[in-house]
Design a protein. Structure first.
Length: 279
């Protein structure tokens, strides 16, 4: 049997009882090691680190012996938070290997801790690191569509692990850059620049530097987009939330995490404006 087991969002102890029992009896246990920060070794056995290259190009090795033995693939969050893991399931089925999934919490549902109702979220977007020559802004368009529908947007922030420079790739050198994890500050800075570019080109931006934004980490902060460029949220991993139309209860919850009095004022203006629109 091939098992995909979610580890949750906190630390190694967030694994479910069911998941831990399977891990203890399995022949091999792989730990996904590229979409998040590694958890500590808590499971009382050897863990085989599976980087992106192994999962994407050596899937047959992961599935080896799964016809007759229990093989486990551990995933931070929930197993189906990434399409790569769906591909593993399809490969297993193609080889007539039975599989089971043990679900756990992921950012897709844990984001509700900031007070915004899950069924009011639209399409989730990814914000990528910009470079000097590559500065995509398509994620802004998706946020805009969500806001036009009154929906909130969960923004997943870029992770760079085992990345190579173009020079090292061309030379075939297995030299990797240090890991990088985008912070809420960096994401907010990029969004501010996009907003300013839209304004300069004559387009009315979907939101402004004064739009209230929520940062969802172990520390939850509600602040304007401009304020979010400098808020201290500690180490990675970070996620960013751009609210859409807010129910009064959602606004009351977000007030608990307000970074400044200005955020309170922004909520009041937004609330009154929307009440007027809905009359």
């Amino acid at each position: 049997m091939f098992y995909l087991i979610g580890l949750g969002l906190g630390d190694a102890t967030d694994i479910t009882v069911k998941g831990l029992e399977i891990v203890k009896r399995a022949k091999r246990v792989y730990l996904e090691a590229y979409t998040s920060i590694l958890t500590e070794e808590y499971y009382g056995r050897e863990l085989i680190l599976a980087d992106r290259d192994m999962v994407e190009t050596q899937a047959d090795e992961l599935l080896m012996d799964a016809e007759n033995e229990d093989i486990v693939f551990l995933v931070v969050g929930d197993p189906f938070g990434a399409t790569t893991h769906t591909d593993l399931v399809l490969r297993a089925v193609d080889k007539d290997i039975k599989y089971k999934v043990v679900h756990n919490a992921s950012i897709m549902n844990a984001v509700g801790c900031c007070g915004l109702q899950l069924y009011h979220f639209g399409e989730t977007v990814s914000i990528v690191f910009w470079t000097e020559s590559w500065r995509p802004d398509s994620f802004y368009d998706k946020i805009k569509v969500n806001r036009e529908k009154g929906m909130h947007t969960l923004c997943l922030l870029d992770i760079k692990v085992k990345e190579q420079t173009i020079e090292n790739m061309m030379k075939g050198k297995k030299i990797f850059e240090p890991p990088r994890y985008m912070s809420v500050n960096q994401a907010a800075e990029q969004l501010v620049e996009i907003v300013q570019n839209k304004r300069q080109s004559g387009e009315t931006p979907s939101f402004t530097e004064e739009t209230v934004i929520g940062a969802d980490t172990q520390q939850i902060v509600a602040a304007t987009l401009q304020e979010m460029t400098s808020v201290d949220l500690g180490g990675p991993l970070h996620s960013l939330v751009v609210p859409g139309h807010m129910h009064p209860l959602e606004m009351d919850m977000l007030r608990l995490f307000a970074n400044s009095q200005h955020v309170y004022t922004s909520y009041e203006i937004t609330s009154k404006h929307r009440d007027h629109l809905n009359m």
